[in-house]
Design a protein around this ligand. Structure first.
Ligand SMILES: [Zn+2]
Length: 287
């Protein structure tokens, strides 16, 4: 197996935007970090101390309903972290500090493309340390209803996502296979946007969620018809976004994965259960 070097960012880069659930404005800055730091969040509006880092590891997950929320021991939260984590994973960045002023990561255009642009602007620095790996030794799977997620042994890290849209979209179904290389990620996955159904949005608004949702950051269907006048970025944009979410969620294992991920209609909660299941027995994995 080829060991690759850890990577971080050369310079700091920032953006500002609205949280998709809170509707609140937050600013975000990516900073470089030493080898073995991992991707850590820091609530810059609450602390500047390294001991208040919020690690992007499944042990820090406190909620997976609609988005992934991480917290440290002091209760500092970082909400909707998945697209940022997918951007770092897709760009092969191992170490960075994500300074967040506000509780929720800005949704930007609903995809990971703005974060990839930031990473490209910051520049990438090779660190003279091998990447930490987790190797999947035997198949592990979890299921709920018509959703399924599994990790199986493979020589490389690769992902396959299937999305069956169901009755609301004429039972359309898509499958997307992905071997994460930077170019493939940037050109085929990063710009796929969050999507949803108008009927669900009404319920979420009533529950005080999705306050920052708009057609500028979400692909929305109403009665099976696309509401965004600008159209889709890919004909199968929805399955690509599901894959983007899976990539971001799997980053919470905290290491580069040697194994294949297969998802069918899977989302944050099932991905979280899959990672817990993998780590529940040392027969499933090795470092
Ligand atoms: Zn997403």
């Amino acid at each position: 197996m080829l060991l690759t070097s850890q990577k971080t960012l050369k310079n700091s880069v920032s953006c500002t935007g609205v949280g998709v659930h809170s509707g609140q404005t937050a600013s975000l800055t990516f900073h470089g970090a030493p080898a073995h730091t991992g991707i850590v969040f820091l609530r810059g509006d609450l602390s500047t101390k390294t001991e208040d880092f919020i690690s992007s590891h499944i042990h820090s997950v406190v909620d997976t309903a609609f988005c992934t929320t991480l917290a440290n021991k002091r209760g500092h939260k970082a909400r909707t972290v998945e697209h940022v984590l997918a951007a770092f994973k897709g760009c092969g960045i191992d170490n960075a500090i994500v300074e967040l002023h506000g509780e929720e990561v800005p949704i930007m255009d609903g995809s990971a493309a703005p974060f990839v642009e930031m990473i490209e602007r910051a520049g990438v620095l090779l660190q003279d340390t091998p990447t930490a790996m987790i190797k999947i030794k035997r198949p592990v799977s979890v299921a709920f209803g018509d959703s399924k997620a599994m990790l199986i042994p493979d020589e490389t890290f690769n992902l396959q996502m299937t999305f069956n849209a169901g009755r609301r979209l004429n039972n359309l179904s898509w499958t997307f296979d992905f071997s994460p290389t930077f170019d493939h990620f940037r050109d085929h996955i990063a710009s796929a946007r969050t999507f949803g159904f108008y009927e669900d949005a009404e319920k979420m608004w009533a529950a005080g969620l999705a306050k920052g949702t708009s057609l500028d950051n979400t692909v929305v269907f109403q009665d099976g018809i696309l509401m965004n006048t600008s159209g889709l970025r890919f004909q199968d944009e929805m399955v690509r976004h599901k894959l983007l979410d899976a990539l971001g969620d799997l980053a919470l294992l905290g290491r580069s994965i040697q194994g294949k991920f297969i998802g069918v209609n899977s989302g944050h909660t099932l991905h979280y259960k899959l990672m817990q299941e993998v780590l529940s027995s040392e027969d499933n994995y090795s470092f």
